[in-house]
Design a protein around this ligand. Structure first.
Ligand code: C5P
Length: 235
C-alpha cells in the first residue's frame, strides 16, 4: 500500500454510509469505520463494505489485558480488514499479543497501528489526570518507539508529529494522520490542522479525512481534490 486518503465514515448507520459510498460509483476509496458505525451495525457493515471492494481501516482502538486483546484481534482478523489499531498505552505485552491474535494461519495479517497520545489530551490534562509529566512530544515518540519495537507497522499521530516519528522510527514506519483541512475550508473542532499538500510534504503516509469530504456539497469532488493535493503535489 502506498500513500492514500482514508475517508472517515463517521455516520450513525448503514443506510447513510452506503448512500454516501454509492456517490463514488466506480471508485473505491479507502474508508475508516469507527466505533459509532461498528457498534451500531456490527461486523456485517465491515463485510458489506469489504464486499463492495473498499479497503477498510477498522478504528476500534483496543486497550485491555493482553489475553483479551489477542482474542478480540483473532475475531477481527476474520473480517479481512486492511488496517486496525490499539492504544500504545496498553504497552508492549498487549501490542505483541494483538499481533499474535491478528496473524492468520497463513502468516498474513492486516496492518496494525498504535494510537499514541490522543490529540484531545493536552500537556495540562496529561499532567493532572494521568500524572505524566514529560513533554507531550517526548511521550508520543516513546509510545511510537515502543510500538515499533513490539512489531507494529505505524502510529496514528497528529500531522505535526509525523516528521519526528519518521526521524525516530524510520521512514517505513507508517504515520496515519487525521486533522486535515483544505486551505479554504472550516476547521471545525480540530485544533491543529494541515492541508493535504502540507501533510504530504511532512511525510504522512495516510491522511484520515472526515467532514471536509463527508459534509462537502460534492463529496466526490472533495475526495478527488484531497487525493490530488496529497499525492499529486498540488497546493
Ligand atoms: O471530520 P474530521 O476530518 O475531523 O475526522 C477525523 C477523523 O479522525 C475522525 O473519525 C476522528 O475520530 C479521527 N481522529 C482524530 N484525531 C485523532 C484520532 C482520530 O480526528 N487523534
Amino acid at each position: 500500500m502506498g500513500k492514500d486518503v482514508i475517508i472517515a465514515c463517521d455516520f450513525p448507520g448503514k443506510e447513510q454510509t452506503l448512500e454516501f459510498l454509492d456517490l463514488f460509483k466506480g471508485r473505491k476509496p479507502f474508508v475508516k469505520i469507527g466505533m459509532e458505525l461498528f457498534y451500531a451495525e456490527g461486523p456485517d457493515i465491515v463485510r458489506e463494505i469489504k464486499a463492495r471492494g473498499h479497503k477498510i481501516f477498522l478504528d476500534l482502538k483496543l486497550h485491555d489485558i493482553p489475553n483479551t486483546v489477542k482474542s478480540a484481534m483473532k475475531v477481527l482478523s476474520r473480517l479481512d480488514v486492511d488496517m486496525c489499531n490499539v492504544h500504545a498505552a496498553g504497552a508492549s505485552f498487549m501490542m505483541k499479543a494483538a499481533i499474535e491474535g491478528l496473524t492468520r494461519e497463513d502468516g498474513s495479517r492486516p496492518l496494525l497501528i498504535a494510537v499514541t497520545q490522543l490529540t484531545s489530551t493536552d500537556q495540562q490534562t496529561m499532567e493532572s489526570d494521568i500524572l505524566i509529566e514529560k513533554p507531550i512530544d517526548e511521550v508520543v515518540m516513546s509510545y511510537a518507539l515502543t510500538a515499533k519495537n513490539a512489531g507494529l507497522d505505524g502510529v496514528v499521530c497528529s500531522p505535526l508529529e509525523a516528521e519526528k516519528v519518521h526521524a525516530n522510527c524510520g521512514s517505513d514506519f507508517l504515520t496515519v494522520t487525521p486533522g486535515v483541512r483544505f486551505a479554504d475550508g472550516d476547521i471545525g473542532d480540530q485544533k491543529r490542522v494541515m492541508t493535504p499538500a502540507e501533510a504530504n510534504r511532512i511525510g504522512s503516509d495516510y491522511i484520515v479525512v472526515g467532514r471536509p469530504i463527508t459534509k462537502a456539497t460534492d463529496p466526490v469532488v472533495a475526495y478527488e481534490r484531497c487525493i490530488n493535493e496529497f499525492t499529486g503535489g498540488v497546493d
